[in-house]
Design a protein around this ligand. Structure first.
Ligand code: GCO
Length: 487
């Protein structure tokens, strides 16, 4: 039997018999002794530390106060779509526990919170008459955050499209959805941006299109042919641009707006100039459908050539809308998507195959390579001269075993976070303009098609009792925030 296979309880008994110290039942507190090591691994003064969630994944109350159904409500109730057969009808019951959850954020020392607004709460049918009770929830949440010194950062679309729009327009297959999305954003920004000074338009265009309309994993569960898929992608990018313009026209002057995109992270195989340049070129090409067109105002020649007859149909005006100037770039960074090497081909790069033994975290897709957190914002800053970047998501699932005292010693999540944050600090120390970091996630929550099987929170949620319990990673994050440097 390998030593590591001993159960924690068995080890505790051995430790007690040998008089060895067993784990403290109480949370680990920052050591009181002075630490004389250099403090040069600090983040910039004023760096913003936050946590991130999304409406559908935490709120529950799916039929309360006039909320209409979303495509994810419908999808989660289709047998076989969700790994554990669960749904988000209750989730973390955040709709009724928002005040308690704000106190969890405050106890961490965070000064910002990234949440999403549920379109079907404000417009149960996606358009038409707004639902005042739906808006009232976000009014209360924003006021509670501000009363506790936490800046609200609101995402307008985190995949919960009103089901009525799926039925009326075919969702993002129709340009009309992009148009009514802008109307919803105009309404929300008009009523909240006096206090919500940072707005993200769309969360992860890339994933909602590829997994929702291409591979059929996410709602609405479609598997469209490439040409139609490219047109969906164009409509979502157009929705982003129209939303930017809606915030400019209807939001309080000075409201800042930008996307929150899961950048295709292209990492140099190793840090040699030729491979670094190859990774930059790869980043531009592999993000052509979203970030590149948003920041350059055109689809790349290679993107259009590879699409051929399946290329999206668009006008010059569309491109100008998509490239509406933004104030910041939100990047969701989890994993290395591609490793690039220099190549003397037309593309200027080649992609190295990822070995099957490449390490990953508890989710198979979540390959672990902390340097993704250094290169992704650095590429964005160098390629597109972006002046303000937020890491809008970073975190990992873990097995999160609960010990006899109800504690979760998620050392794997702490290892992941420590190493990614070390790479992020490396980037900021070199002048990459990252203004803040939002940890995914404040709470264990409904992880889309994984249901509640994959836990990403730094607070454990007992979904039977709704009790929230800080994990070791919450202690780690609190200490990192306290010192503005990696603990
Ligand atoms: C995403 C979404 C989140 C996920 C998180 C873990 O990036 O896929 O924004 O809603 O829950 O990333 O997969």
């Amino acid at each position: 039997m390998h030593f590591n296979s001993l159960s924690r309880r068995h080890f505790a008994r051995i430790a007690a018999a040998l008089g060895l110290p067993t784990l403290p039942a109480e949370p680990l507190r920052a050591a009181s002794h002075r630490d004389d090591r250099p403090t040069d691994r600090r983040f910039p003064d004023g760096f913003i530390w936050g946590t991130a969630t999304s409406a559908f994944q935490i709120e529950g109350a799916v039929s309360e106060d006039g909320r209409g159904p979303s495509i994810w409500d419908r999808y989660a109730h289709i047998p076989g779509k969700i790994a554990d057969g669960s749904d988000a009808d209750v989730a973390c019951d955040h709709y009724h526990r928002d005040t308690e959850d704000v106190q969890l954020m405050k106890a961490l020392g965070t000064t910002a919170y990234r949440f999403s607004i549920a379109w079907p709460r404000l417009f149960p049918d996606g358009l038409g008459a707004p639902n005042p009770k739906g808006l009232a929830f976000y009014d209360r949440l924003v006021d509670e955050l501000l009363a506790n010194g936490i800046a609200p950062f609101a995402t307008m679309y985190h995949w919960d499209l009103p089901q009525a729009l799926q039925e009326r327009f075919g969702g993002w297959r129709s340009r009309d959805t992009a148009e009514v999305f802008a109307d919803y954003v105009a309404y929300a920004a008009g009523r909240l941006s006096d206090r919500v000074r940072h707005i993200f338009t769309v969360n992860e265009c890339a994933r909602l299109v590829q997994l929702g309309y291409g591979l059929g994993y996410d709602a609405p569960g479609l598997t469209l042919p490439q040409g139609e898929l490219n047109q969906v992608r164009h409509h979502v990018a157009l929705g982003h641009g129209l939303a930017v313009q809606a915030v400019r026209a209807h939001g309080r002057p000075g409201t800042k707006v930008g996307p929150a995109e899961n950048i295709v992270a292209c990492i140099p195989a190793f840090d040699a100039p030729a491979h670094v340049r190859a990774a930059e070129i790869a980043t531009r090409e592999l993000n052509a459908g979203y970030l590149t067109v948003m920041l350059e105002g055109n689809y790349t020649d290679a993107f259009l050539a590879s699409a051929g007859a399946d290329a999206p149909k668009y006008t010059a005006e569309d491109l100008a809308i998509i490239a509406s100037p933004i104030d910041f770039l939100g990047l969701n960074v989890y994993k290395p998507d591609q490793y690039a090497v220099a190549a003397d081909n037309e593309a200027g790069f080649a992609l190295a195959p990822l070995p099957t033994s490449f390490p990953h975290m508890y989710s198979d897709w979540l390959r672990v390579a902390p340097e993704a957190m250094y290169w992704s914002p650095r590429h964005a800053a160098r390629l597109w001269n972006v002046k303000s970047i937020y890491i809008t998501e970073n975190g990992t699932s873990a097995t999160d075993e609960v010990d006899a005292d109800g504690r979760v010693w998620d050392l794997d999540r702490v290892m992941y976070l420590r190493n990614y944050l070390t790479q992020l600090q490396r980037a900021t120390a070199e002048g990459v303009p990252v203004q803040g970091y939002f940890l995914w996630s404040l709470l264990d929550n409904f992880e889309w098609q994984d249901g509640f099987e994959k836990r990403y929170g730094i607070h454990r949620v007992d979904f039977k009792t709704q009790v929230r319990t800080p994990k070791l990673s919450a202690d780690f994050y609190r200490e990192t925030i306290r010192r503005n440097g990696v603990a």
